[in-house]
Design a protein around this ligand. Structure first.
Ligand code: ZN
Length: 286
């Protein structure tokens, strides 16, 4: 595989609503999802408008939950029409590792087809809910017809993140089969220590100057930065799940009011880099 010639930043967003996150599963059952007001549409528009406000028009990848796509097909079309990549986050935010083989394949294929029907375009990418990946899940993703998976997060201290066997790679992209790739979330590696720096709660927690330093170091080393966030992280006014544990509430609610400003600062600080979709990035490396 050639070395990466054009350092790139891959902004990715997992499109789901606040009541669908793994941390709140214990308190909010799937059967009650229909009773909540959907806030994901306006929150995703905040992200789309933020991206559009830059003159150089950064492109991003949106891993959309099938459950959301079914309710808000116009949002999926908007994302696609505004030049971003539409990819799958599964249908119902079940952890892939907990699904049976037939159930997993069905979820992978049907979520992909649902998005393809709405956009009338092929869907190439998948991200597993909560990064809960293993080798069996990875093979199923390939088998379901995806070009790439972007679910591997090397920060092993987070109990839910999965582990997989990766081939050697000289860059941030791993070729698993001839036509199937793994594009991991970026983390900072200092010797054997992995510092979570790909986005989400860690992006909200770390002061921006520190995050920026870490990000610059990752870009120097990998020539690529894969960032992730969720539309609910741009919504400080979302309803609060007071019953949840203190730890879950801290992770979910810390600095929500700062996310938008921080993402704007991230894009401005690294505006000499290319902001491209995961699919375009893979095409450049093949
Ligand atoms: Zn998710």
């Amino acid at each position: 595989m050639p070395l990466i010639n054009n350092p790139s930043i891959l902004l990715t967003f997992d499109v789901e609503d606040w009541f669908q996150v793994e941390n709140f599963k214990e308190y909010i059952s799937f059967s009650t999802w229909n009773s909540f007001e959907l806030r994901v549409e306006k929150n995703t528009h905040k992200i789309l408008d933020l991206l559009d406000s830059f003159s150089f028009k950064p492109n991003a990848t949106f891993f959309i939950l099938g459950w959301i796509a079914e309710k808000l097909p116009e949002l999926v079309r908007q994302i696609h029409q505004r030049g971003h990549e539409v990819a799958s986050h599964g249908n119902d935010h079940h952890l892939c590792r907990n699904l049976t083989e037939p159930g997993l394949i069905l979820d992978l294929k049907s979520s992909k087809e649902r998005l393809e029907t709405i956009t009338n375009s092929r869907v190439y990418g998948f991200r597993a809910p909560s990064f809960a990946l293993d080798d069996r899940v990875l093979q199923a993703i390939a088998q379901a017809g995806y070009l790439y998976d972007s679910s591997y997060n090397s920060f092993s201290a987070h109990g839910r993140y999965g582990k997989i066997d990766l081939p050697n790679s000289t860059n941030a992209l791993y070729r698993i089969h001839k036509d199937f790739f793994e594009l991991p979330i970026s983390n900072l590696k200092i010797k054997n220590i992995v510092i979570p720096l790909g986005g989400g709660g860690y992006f909200r927690l770390f002061p921006f100057p520190l995050f920026k330093l870490g990000m610059a170091s990752i870009l120097k080393q990998d020539k690529t930065f894969v960032f992730y966030a969720h539309p609910w992280e741009f919504d400080p006014a979302q309803p609060r799940v007071e019953d949840a544990s203190r730890g879950f509430k801290f992770r979910h609610y810390i600095n929500l009011h700062r996310t938008e400003k921080k993402l704007r600062a991230l894009i401005s600080s690294f505006d000499r880099y290319k902001f491209i979709t995961c699919k375009d990035f893979i095409d450049q490396q093949r």
